[in-house]
Design a protein around this ligand. Structure first.
Ligand code: RB5
Length: 141
């Protein structure tokens, strides 16, 4: 069965969002927009993602804006979200192993296609290590 993963972006992330959906065709992408390169506001899409995670509509998600910064700031305002902004595969591995990140943020103007694909692949296929990391997550407020 395909895994359901939410995905959302602003106009700066639209092209990369479409590329990621094509590249990972084994994923059931729950696309929360945006739907074109027309200018939009990243907080609207960070919030859509946060709501999808908080309600259980999707267990994990991928967010993309120009830098990944603004959209991750918005998503992390919701206590249900642990969004890790990653610029390499080591960060993607560690944000899953140590932070149990449920949302990955990417900056489309920062990471190119192949690197972005590798980051998504690592994020989606790395497990949380638990143990000492769980009590730290429990302290997040
Ligand atoms: C949009 O121009 C840009 O500000 C946005 O994609 C993002 O980089 C914000 O953090």
């Amino acid at each position: 069965m395909k895994r359901t993963i939410a995905i959302a972006c602003d106009h700066g992330g639209y092209a990369l969002k479409e590329e990621i959906k094509s590249r990972f065709s084994d994923v059931d992408w729950n696309d929360l927009g945006c739907d074109s390169t027309d200018s939009v506001d990243y907080p609207d899409f960070g919030k859509k993602m946060a709501d999808a995670i908080a309600t259980g509509e999707a267990p994990q998600g991928v967010l993309i804006c120009g830098t990944g910064i603004g959209i991750s700031i918005e998503a992390n305002r919701n206590p249900a979200v642990r969004c890790g902004l990653c610029t390499d595969t080591t960060m993607a591995r560690l944000t899953r192993q140590h932070n149990d990140a449920n949302v990955l943020a990417l900056g489309a103007r920062i990471v190119g296609g192949e690197l972005a694909f590798d980051i998504v692949d690592v994020f989606l296929n790395t497990e949380f290590e638990g143990g000492r990391h769980q009590k730290r997550i429990d302290k997040l407020s």
